[in-house]
Design a protein around this ligand. Structure first.
Ligand code: GLY
Length: 284
């Protein structure tokens, strides 16, 4: 994968299928300057093929307690088609992260990172987000974030069986232990409802109806791109709402999330219909 190191409006990446294509991409960026100054320096990385997953972890500087795994859906359309977005939905746990893979991520990725930061004089405390590609050769890192993930968090935290504040306090104080963190034996699915034009643009001011009709139990509607106008909720950004449902298994969580999404409406709403479908394939 050949990438212009500077900003290129999301277009500066070439996923070369052959060595010749990779060389062509390097020449186009560095000699023909197709991305201008942004291609003056390039990054060359291994092409990772597989399924993406996210594993977030609580960290107190030395102790690492991974959360349950999750999977984001970054493209705007079903079947992972169309442009990238901030995330159109997520579910947890993600069966692609088997107990063996989870252990490998903990030992070969999370622990070395926290130890490495420590050696560089950084005591990392808080949430560490590992964006992973689960390849045929095992889990590999796509990215790290020093924050929770969106929309993964809307699927992961509803499954936390305990007090998040107590866990975060332990992270801050350096007193975190694995037995402070428990998870419900359940699954969660978060479906994002986006406004017209997203991700290229967004549409503001469309009236959102049906919020009062959602289930009162095991369903949460997270507001992101909303505003209140004349007593009504209206769209006010790209990703408008995240509708999360918790149920005993992934299939029921997906069904419940979509049943509640159907009760909410705003003009131009964009909703993927396949959030969680990849997870169900693993469970067959
Ligand atoms: N879901 C991707 C992120 O939070 O960066």
């Amino acid at each position: 994968v050949v990438k212009a190191d500077g900003l290129a409006a999301g277009k500066g990446v070439v996923v070369a299928q052959t060595e010749a294509e990779a060389i062509e991409a390097v020449n186009a960026m560095m000699e023909d300057h197709i991305f201008g100054a942004s291609g003056g320096r390039i990054v060359i990385e291994e092409c990772m093929v597989g399924e993406e997953a996210s594993l977030l972890a609580f960290v107190d500087g030395k102790t690492i307690v991974p959360m349950i795994s999750a999977q984001d859906h970054k493209r705007i359309f079903d079947n992972d088609e169309g442009p990238n977005t901030g995330g159109m939905g997520a579910y947890a746990p993600a069966p692609v992260v088997t107990p063996e893979i989870r252990k490998e991520v903990e030992e070969k990725i999370l622990k070395p990172v926290v130890d490495g930061l420590k050696q560089e004089g950084i005591t990392y405390q808080g949430c560490l987000y590992a964006g992973l590609m689960i390849t045929a050769d095992g889990p590999k890192v796509v990215e790290f974030n020093c924050r929770f993930g969106d929309p993964e968090t809307q699927a992961v935290l509803p499954l936390l069986d305990g007090d998040l504040a107590q866990i975060m306090y332990a992270c801050a104080k350096g007193t975190l232990t694995a037995d402070m963190v428990h998870w419900k034996d359940a699954a969660a699915c978060c479906v994002i409802m986006a406004s017209a034009g997203y991700p290229a643009s967004s549409h503001k001011g469309d009236v959102i109806s049906g919020l009062d009709a959602v289930d009162k139990e095991d369903v949460m509607v997270f507001h992101s791109g909303t505003a209140k106008k004349d007593g009504q909720y209206v769209t006010d950004g790209g990703r408008v709402l995240g509708v999360t449902a918790v149920a005993g298994d992934l299939k029921s969580a997906i069904e419940k999330a979509y049943a509640n999404v159907k009760r909410i409406h705003f003009d131009g709403q964009q909703v993927r219909s396949d959030i969680g479908a990849k997870g169900l394939k693993h469970l067959k």
